[in-house]
Ligand binder design. Structure first.
Ligand SMILES: [Zn+2]
Length: 97
């Protein structure tokens, strides 16, 4: 595999790591991710970071989670903008005056 292909694989697979730790990938995806994780230290670090969060989510009280979710009719709630690696969150960017 060329370095460019490896970087593309890394970028494409990294977005699935959240689903991976939540057991939300099918057997084929898991096989591909397992193979990638053997060779990709940054993705292994990401899995190591996400795994405790996934375990905590499994212990969450569904009623408490429900209470924390915004009501669908709440006009103040918006979907956050997607954030890409290396890009600061919109709230971190100073606004020009
Ligand atoms: Zn990777």
């Amino acid at each position: 595999m060329t370095r460019g292909a490896a970087v593309r694989d890394h970028c494409n697979l990294r977005v699935s790591l959240g689903a991976y730790v939540l057991d939300g990938v099918d057997a084929r995806e898991r096989e591909v991710l397992d193979a990638h994780l053997r060779d990709c230290s940054p993705c292994r670090m990401e899995v190591a970071t996400l795994t405790p969060v996934a375990r905590l989510l499994g212990r969450a009280d569904p009623a408490l989670v429900e209470a924390l979710l915004p009501h669908p009719d709440d006009p103040t709630w918006t979907v956050p903008e997607p954030r890409h690696e290396g890009q600061p969150a919109a709230r971190d960017v100073p606004r020009s005056r």
